[in-house]
Design a protein around this ligand. Structure first.
Ligand code: GDP
Length: 448
């Protein structure tokens, strides 16, 4: 990839705001030699060496003394000339240093702009750049390890391998189209079918590793729903181990969504308690129910809470839940019905518990982890986002569609394989639009 230098010099603090021993300010641009000279008074800073210097104001006085490191292009994070300035960790000093840099021609960096330049200069592909953000944000050791694996290119390499393999299959298919009049039944020989099957296996393997990574990163969105007064808020409080939601005997208390983050051995749950579903004329309660339905539609799983003494009212709600989202029925208040704590996974998922006494709640936690496919020891998880999983799923769909054409139209097979390849290319950013890049990098913090 040719080096893409932006005209502007950018600068931003790389360390978080606040006081500390040291703060780091980063500068990146096509040519930093003259800026470095004016700032430090030293010509020709030795590349990748720590120089103890004074950071000079316009009148030659020292703003602060600290370390300057010079990374000439292309051997830097962004692929451009870069300066890393270590000053004392005071917000005032950082501010003065930045002002001086702006005076010398730099402008403030936008969120993710350093990483964006790294991507444009071919230092990182898109999946790797996203892994940088994932590593910074990681909420657990497992998530950090998965992010590092992706950052080091494990994810991208697997995606490339899949793309390579598709190219080889496409060569076969295209040849069979070109020579179709010569009695060369290339597709019929089973070679392509066999390769496609293997390819799908490899893709599934990668998808499951990416799914683990997404779980580690984003967790699982679980919505608690059901009729009023069955113990939805009590269940949220029990899982959160604190009184997050108001619990009363009065039906219809929870009207807005109440949400809690939960960390189960590294597995992050985003729990949402919703207004009870019932016929009500109260406009506030009706709005609460509208929000409840909306929350359910974007859930990874719905917990439908029922009173184990009389589950019929809640069970009748099953038909009203959004389709396609897995549901676990929670038979609550077993301390009153006298049923033992239990969990069933098939044919439909159900847990018998008491939000009040806590009996059976551990079974629910295990069930949630299992249903998400979460493995605490997943050593090969790869940091991934929804966007990546979506691309992997589309690649699989196209490939399956192509597979169906094995005995049919070779042109359609070829076209679907091409589309599968294109879906994969979106992961590493080989085909991307400006718009997508803008969205991805704007989520980064400034200075990254
Ligand atoms: P929600 O309206 O579905 O959110 O239900 P709440 O959590 O507000 O609970 C309604 C009532 O049921 C409250 O008086 C709770 O104390 C009670 N409750 C909730 N769970 C249990 C349980 O497992 N056992 C018993 N005995 N009472 C419960």
């Amino acid at each position: 990839m040719p080096s893409v230098s932006s005209d502007h010099i950018i600068a931003a603090p790389a360390t978080p705001p606040g006081r500390g021993a040291v703060a780091v300010v980063r500068v990146s641009g096509p040519d930093l030699k003259s800026l470095a000279l004016e700032l430090t008074g030293k010509p020709n800073l030795k590349p990748r060496h720590a120089h103890y210097v004074a950071f000079l104001a316009e009148d030659g006085s020292a703003i602060d003394r600290g370390l300057a490191l010079y990374f000439p292009a292309p051997r830097s994070y962004t692929g451009e000339d870069m300066l890393e300035l270590h000053c004392h960790g005071s917000p005032v000093v950082v501010e003065m240093l930045l002002k001086r840099l702006f005076q010398l021609g730099a402008r403030p960096a936008q969120p993710g702009e350093f990483s964006r330049r790294a991507f444009l200069n071919g230092k990182l592909d898109l999946a790797q750049a996203e892994a940088v953000a994932a590593l910074i944000e990681s909420a657990s050791e497992a998530a950090a390890r998965a992010a590092l694996r992706s950052l080091e290119g494990v994810f991208s390499k697997q995606v490339h391998r899949l793309m390579e393999a598709l190219t080889q299959i496409r060569v076969y298919v295209e040849a069979s189209i070109d020579f179709s009049d010569q009695d060369l039944d290339l597709l019929g020989q089973g070679e392509v079918a066999e390769r496609l099957r293997n390819w799908l296996e490899d893709l599934k393997d990668l998808t499951s590793r990416a799914r683990q990574g997404r779980l580690l990163r984003e967790g699982m969105r679980v919505v608690i729903a059901g009729p009023p007064n069955v113990g939805k808020s009590s269940l949220l409080n029990r899982l959160a181990e604190r009184e997050a939601a108001i619990v009363t005997e009065i039906p219809g208390t929870t009207r807005d969504l109440v949400a809690e983050y939960l960390n189960l051995d590294g597995f992050v749950l985003y729990l949402i308690d919703t207004a009870g579903l019932r016929n009500s004329e109260d406009p506030i309660e009706r709005e609460g129910m509208r929000r409840a339905r909306q929350a359910m539609e974007s859930a990874d799983r719905i917990l439908l809470v029922l009173d184990s003494r009389d589950p019929s009212e809640g069970e009748s709600l099953l038909a009203e839940l959004p389709t396609g989202i897995p549901v676990t029925r929670i038979y609550n208040k077993i301390d009153l019905s006298g049923l033992p704590p239990a969990v069933t996974e098939t044919p439909s998922a159900a847990v018998y518990l008491s939000a009040q006494t806590g009996a059976g709640v551990e079974l629910l936690k295990q069930h949630l982890k299992r249903s998400a496919g979460f493995e605490a020891e997943a050593e090969d998880a790869l940091a991934a986002r929804r966007r990546h999983l979506y691309a992997l799923e589309r690649a699989e769909d196209f490939c399956l569609k192509g597979y169906e054409e094995l005995q049919g139209r070779a042109e359609l097979l070829a076209e679907n394989l091409r589309l599968a390849q294109q879906a994969l290319a979106e992961i590493t950013g080989e085909v991307t639009c400006e718009d997508l890049l803008g969205r991805i990098f704007s989520e980064f913090c400034i200075g990254k």
